[in-house]
Design a protein around this ligand. Structure first.
Ligand code: NAD
Ligand code: GLY
Length: 373
């Protein structure tokens, strides 16, 4: 069974996100059904060194079957590959392959490959189309949809990039069979985030289906992906370039989450575990900042969210970073403005607000949070 979600954004061609078990084998056929690719000859698959041995042959075959002339580039797996140097190597390789403006870039992999290949496509010959074939849960539920592409600089993550919407997204749940458990947790963090920000319907569906998700039940996983894509498509439609104060809600849990990741050393905890901890804190902080109640006991929402995160295996974190280190990391985050730290706070399901808080306020909240833990 496959689900198709159509993403309709202002000023962009609509695109389909096809989600299901085994949908990768129909990738080529599906692309030929997209008007602009009916005659396309050249397809360049960009993938990484972990994904290539698993899914490159299948992807190439699906494209070749419908007449694409396929080339591929395999980059080293891992975040350091999301660099301007690797992007430049790919641009040179594309020029040497004589790829023109009528070529198609296929991003096969997780968010690293998706962001890198998307950025490469956004700039090559002033822009060629990109198709996202996400192979991590995180990429399926978040990064492959919405058009954010970027590479990192030594000065920070995602500092150079472009908005470049994909022309098609193919999320084959079968590819998740090989995904390491830690990467599943990264996906679960983003799914939990989406459900808490979206609606009672999604949040309580998650409560009911957390066990099946943790067991990697394929139909449940596919439905969770579809729900996230519908949610994200709606948010991005309201605020495509994150300038209207809506898309920022997707950063729920990420302010403290990123600070924990950088203060404890990237990789110490999974991104999902850090986002989950950030969500717990954001729900706690909402009580003090939004509801103006004391932090003595957790709100019903904060309790329910904690229960969901526990069910997903995203337990409260025990980590070493000091409050000063965390505040410093949040103050230097590229999303902070005018010395204020920006948080998405949620006081209930689907009830969120973006607030700027001074470092002193955040310091006090973190202290209260730690004292009650
Ligand atoms: P990733 O791309 O590094 O993938 C995680 C690991 O899993 C890698 O080692 C990869 O090789 C491996 N892998 C991928 N698919 C696999 C599979 N099916 N089986 C086995 N191994 C597989 O990490 P990620 O979590 O997918 O993405 C993180 C990146 O996404 C970050 O750079 C982040 O900035 C970016 N991101 C972008 C957006 C956006 O909107 N553009 C949103 C969220 C995150
Ligand atoms: N993952 C955040 C965004 O796409 O805006």
């Amino acid at each position: 069974m496959a689900t198709k979600v159509i993403v309709s954004l202002p000023g962009e061609d609509d695109y389909a996100v096809r989600i299901g078990v085994g949908v990768m084998s129909a990738l080529g056929r599906n692309l030929r059904e997209v008007g602009r690719f009916s005659q396309t000859k050249d397809a360049l698959v960009i993938t990484d060194s972990n994904v290539a041995p698993l899914y490159l042959a299948k992807t190439r075959e699906s494209l070749a079957q419908v007449g694409f002339k396929v080339a591929d580039i395999v980059v080293p797996a891992g975040e350091p590959t999301k660099s301007i140097e690797v992007a430049a190597e790919i641009w040179s390789a594309m020029a040497q392959l004589s790829l023109g403006r009528d070529c198609l870039v296929v991003a096969l992999g997780g968010g690293v490959v998706g962001d890198l290949a998307g950025y490469v496509a956004s700039a090559y010959m002033r822009g060629v189309p990109v198709v996202q074939v996400p192979t991590t849960l995180l990429a399926m539920v978040d990064s492959s949809v919405g058009g954010k592409t970027a590479v990192n600089l030594p000065e920070g993550k995602n500092l150079v990039g472009a908005f470049h919407q994909p022309s098609f997204v193919c999320a084959d749940v079968d590819t998740l069979a090989s995904l390491p458990e830690r990467e599943w947790l990264c996906g679960f963090g983003e799914i939990a985030k989406s459900s808490a920000i979206d609606s009672d319907d999604f949040f309580f569906w998650m409560m009911d289906h957390a066990e099946a998700l943790v067991a990697h039940d394929r139909e449940t996983v596919a439905e969770a992906i579809a729900r996230c894509v519908v949610f994200k498509a709606d948010i991005v439609a309201q605020d495509k370039t994150e300038s209207a104060g809506v898309r920022e809600c997707l950063n729920y849990g990420h302010t403290l989450g990123h600070a924990i990741e950088s203060s404890t050393g990237f990789g110490t905890f999974s991104h999902g575990a850090c986002v989950a901890e950030g969500m717990r804190f954001a729900a706690f902080a909402a009580q003090g900042i939004l509801a103006d109640t004391d932090g003595g006991s957790l709100s019903d929402f904060a309790e329910a969210q904690a229960e969901l995160l526990d069910l997903l295996g995203l337990h409260a974190l025990d980590y070493d970073a000091s409050i000063e280190e965390l505040v410093a990391a949040m103050t230097h985050d590229k999303k902070s403005r005018g010395g204020e730290i920006r948080f998405v706070l949620a006081s209930d399901v689907a009830t969120w607000k973006i607030v700027g808080a001074s470092p002193d306020t955040v310091r006090d909240l973190l202290r209260e949070w730690r004292e009650r833990a």
